[in-house]
Design a protein around this ligand. Structure first.
Ligand code: C2E
Ligand code: CA
Ligand code: CA
Length: 391
């Protein structure tokens, strides 16, 4: 802006400012206000961000990238020439200074200077921890793209048992075998995969790998008889081709649909109940089974629970963890078991770590178990080696 102002005069400079303002007004962002603050500085006030700090941070990051992209397009001014410029954006969150508008503006300015210093066309958060978080996330995302190409993901399996110690199922749990950082837990990368959209290609890889495993184990005397459960993220389920994707993976691998169980969470179900039910029904017709994961932590309404083609409820680990100390948890578990019975669903308790917990679960009527007490998740090879010994 300064170059243009100095070389071509203030009139052309003003034109650029007006053009920038016009573009900012057209931003594809809901709920925002803009003002010119002075010189070539503008303020955008964004509303309606998530109340969760990490979620809000991601939203901010996306919006800011949009702004930079929009402002990075050339401006054609009255002189008939295309002018391109760069913008530096400083970000302060209301939570940084909730009661002090002046302080908030000052902080965003400080952040803007930091962004300017860091180079052209960039952004910076006032709070350095936010900055670090955003950078880490960007690295993780880039790493995951590479990992997908270079086949660094692994699918592990954790067995589920009945009261008599018979194997009744396997849950597939993804791992990232990072070349430098070792095995990375899904808790660290699944959330980023979800917000970045990478969960779609990763989710297809997971489904395909689980189905190939089903085929490989078909002749196995123990592993060939039980279903494999695959965790499905909301983003995957909402994808318009989800049903087709699952069906074509079943076709291509030749896996038995009845041996595939999809684990959905309650929070996923409430997003678009009718659409979700339709998709589940189509997959059910194909033979696929469904389990409701982390049950008891969300907001399942009894009325639609009845309408879902479910086969299994998985009692969330948090209830099992405090089972021996919190009498409420024992009551919740008994209620879930009763609910499962009346809806004709099997019930599996997750995160069973001690024999005391197992006994208490049995006393509450629970008949299915998964947890470190029985087995930790492991690779297919590890499972093949450990299982026959237990039978
Ligand atoms: P989840 O679906 O609730 O998976 C159960 C988690 O509990 C697994 O952690 C498992 O290793 C852990 N676990 C099993 N037994 C015990 C126990 O006795 N005690 C304790 N403390 N933990 C136990 P993991 O593998 O780290 O997975 C974490 C979460 O990441 C999963 O929670 C699931 O939400 C997500 N995830 C894992 N694999 C996939 C996947 O393939 N696709 C998707 N979309 N999400 C996945
Ligand atoms: Ca699960
Ligand atoms: Ca779970």
């Amino acid at each position: 802006f300064r170059d243009l102002n100095d070389d071509q005069g203030h009139e052309v400079g003003d034109q650029l400012l007006r053009a920038v303002a016009a573009r900012l007004n057209q931003l594809p962002i809901e709920h925002f206000m803009q003002a010119r603050f002075g010189g070539d500085e503008f303020i955008l006030l964004l509303e309606g961000l998530s109340l969760f700090r990490d979620r809000a941070l991601l939203q901010m990051e996306q919006h800011v990238k949009t702004v930079l992209e929009v402002l990075g397009q050339p401006f054609i001014l009255d002189d008939g020439q295309a002018h391109t410029g760069t913008a530096s954006i400083g970000i302060a969150m209301f939570s940084d200074a909730p009661d002090e508008p002046r302080e908030l503006i000052k902080r965003s300015e400080l952040a803007m200077y930091a962004a300017k210093n860091a180079g052209r066309s960039g952004f910076s958060f006032f709070d350095p921890s936010m900055q670090a978080q955003v950078r880490l996330r960007a690295e993780l995302e880039a790493g995951m793209r590479r990992a997908l190409e270079q086949d660094e993901f692994r699918l592990w399996y954790q067995p589920q048992f009945d009261v008599d110690g018979h194997l009744i199922g396997l849950e597939a749990l993804v791992r990232w075998q990072h070349p430098d950082q070792g095995m990375i837990s899904p808790a660290d990368f699944i959330p980023v995969a979800e917000t970045s959209g990478l969960i779609l290609p990763l989710g297809r890889w997971i489904l395909r790998t689980a189905c190939e495993q089903l085929v490989e184990w078909r002749q196995h005397p123990i592993l060939g008889r039980v279903p494999i459960a695959v965790n499905i993220s909301a983003r995957q389920m909402q994808h318009e081709h989800f049903v087709e994707d699952v069906c074509s993976i079943l076709d291509q691998t030749g896996a038995n649909a009845a041996s595939l169980e999809l684990e959905l969470t309650e929070s996923l179900l409430v997003l678009d109940v009718e659409q979700t039910i339709r998709k589940m029904q189509r997959l059910r017709q194909r033979g696929v089974h469904f389990a409701l994961d982390d049950f008891g932590t969300g907001y399942s309404s009894m009325s639609y629970l009845k309408r879902l083609p479910l086969d299994k409820l998985k009692i969330d680990q948090s209830f099992v963890r405090d089972l021996m100390t919190d009498p409420n948890d024992a009551a919740i578990i008994r209620t879930i078991v009763a609910l499962g019975r009346s809806l004709d669903l099997s019930v599996v308790a997750e995160g069973v770590e001690t024999d005391e917990q197992r006994q208490a679960l049995i006393a509450s009527g629970c008949r299915g178990f998964q947890g470190y007490l029985f087995s930790r998740p492991g690779s297919a090879r590890e499972l093949e080696q450990s299982l026959p010994l237990q039978h």
